[in-house]
Design a binder for this molecule. Structure first.
Ligand SMILES: [Zn+2]
Length: 450
């Protein structure tokens, strides 16, 4: 039994995953299994139509089932975005039709069809065209609403088909993106360990084994993924799908998304690389976020927090008003800061609760720090892996300065009500010191220059 087959029973919504060589030859039977002889329609963009959409459409017509004319989401296909406007466009197309949608695409098309189908109370399935991120079978879709990226609730696809040859022939930048997203599972696991040991959010130990081991094997094949090897790219895709299934089973992206993802979401809010063609992808931002967060972990792990002076920290623990003023100072973006304030206050606790948390942190630090060391690897190693795929590893690779990077750490800590290492650094009072070290002349970032 494959690791995916072992994980599928834990997932609540996705019933079947077919990934590997010749997966597309099983498409018609997968469609029949889940939709009977109902009418179907392909939703793609101009690129994914050429990559697989046309074949999917033709293969289904050949079975004699009703297949309506496909929707190709308009616009420059390398720039189609997961926005509320595009969700409306797909929903308006599907609404009058009595059909099940088959999304053919990488992340964006899937997110649009996922959200639109869910709003219509319908199930859909997806044919993946790239191992570019882990959201295919996740419940929920990251959609940009009024400039603020939100993970909107919606049901995962009932089935997924991914053909190795199609995945391997996806553009190198998409394979690099999937690799970056998968790399982020390592620091995100570390963030969950902290949240667990501090009694904030317990690790689901049923899901944990599906997350960590298979990922490391797939990540060890960076060179093959870079070369477009179908088997290595399919293994990368399988690990990403596994991540999606565990997100579905846990009903939250916590299982695969920690501080590195929050860094990525911050850059997304600022539309970093949004005007590139193709736009700077989620996974490439997560890859850079992974390097940044690993570097922060190194500074934290250089400290013995079992000797933390809790009362000294509490002497400057902010009230809600002070916390709000702080958020406004580190995230001075007029359109977005109110949401950041709301997210920050939702995770703000009073001094009494913070005393208990910090005392617990001191107590568990000897074990926790060891667990974190075992979970993580040095920032420079993450960067080396990403470089094999020509993915960004330094702020300059995405048009940012070191000052922008420092600002990103501070702002990222404020924008999401999810406990990560960013909160841990802030709450223990070592955040600024750690950043000073990272950006000092001999620090991880400082030594590399702008
Ligand atoms: Zn991701």
């Amino acid at each position: 039994m494959s690791v995916i087959d072992a994980a599928l029973p834990l997932a609540t919504l996705t019933k079947q995953v077919v990934i590997g060589p010749d997966a597309l030859t099983h498409l018609a039977e997968v469609v029949t299994t889940h939709f009977g002889d109902a009418a179907v329609v392909v939703v793609a963009d101009d690129i994914t139509w050429g990559v697989a959409g046309e074949r999917v459409d033709a293969a289904l017509r050949a079975t004699g089932r009703p297949v309506l004319d496909a929707l190709r989401v308009p616009g420059n296909p390398t720039r189609v975005q997961a926005t509320a406007e595009n969700v409306e466009l797909v929903k308006a197309f599907l609404e009058p039709l009595d059909v099940a949608a088959i999304a053919v695409g990488s992340g964006t098309i899937n997110d649009l069809v996922k959200r639109a189908s869910s709003l219509l109370g319908r199930r859909y399935m997806v044919v993946a065209t790239a191992s570019s991120m882990d959201g295919y079978v996740a419940s929920g879709a990251p959609i940009t609403v009024n400039g603020y990226k939100k993970n909107l609730p919606c049901d995962a696809p009932i089935a997924l088909v991914a053909d190795s040859e199609v995945l391997g022939s996806a553009p190198a930048i998409m394979r690099a993106s999937g690799y970056g997203d998968l790399l982020g599972k390592i620091p995100s696991g570390a963030c969950w360990l902290i949240a667990d040991r501090l009694g904030i959010e317990a690790i689901d130990w049923t899901l944990w084994p599906f997350l960590q081991e298979p990922f490391r094997h797939a990540l060890a094949r960076a060179g093959e993924v870079a070369a477009g090897d179908p088997d290595a790219t399919a293994e990368l895709g399988q690990a990403l799908i596994l991540s999606g299934l565990t997100i579905q089973a846990y009903n939250s992206s916590r299982v695969g998304s920690g501080a590195e993802h929050i860094m990525s979401h911050y850059w997304e809010m600022l539309h970093l690389g949004g005007d590139w063609d193709p736009p700077l992808s989620h996974g490439l931002k997560v890859g850079l976020g992974t390097v940044a967060i690993a570097a922060l972990y190194e500074r934290i792990l250089a400290r013995d927090l079992s000797t933390l002076d809790v009362e000294a920290r509490l002497a400057s623990w902010p009230t809600e008003q002070e916390r709000e003023a702080y958020v406004r100072s580190v995230f001075p973006h007029p359109d977005l800061v109110d949401e950041a304030v709301a997210q920050s206050l939702a995770k703000h606790v009073d001094a009494e609760a913070m005393r208990a948390r910090l005392n617990l942190a001191k107590e568990v630090w000897p074990t926790l720090s060891q667990e974190l060391r075992e979970q993580l690897q040095p920032a420079s190693e993450f960067a080396d892996q990403l470089r094999v795929l020509a993915a960004p590893t330094h702020p300059r690779d995405v048009g940012l300065t070191l000052a922008d990077m420092r600002a990103a750490y501070l702002a990222a800590q404020t924008i999401r009500n999810r406990y990560t290492v960013l909160d841990f650094a802030y709450e223990t009072g070592i955040f600024d010191e750690c950043l000073d070290e990272l950006f000092a002349a001999d620090g991880y970032w400082g030594s590399q220059g702008d």
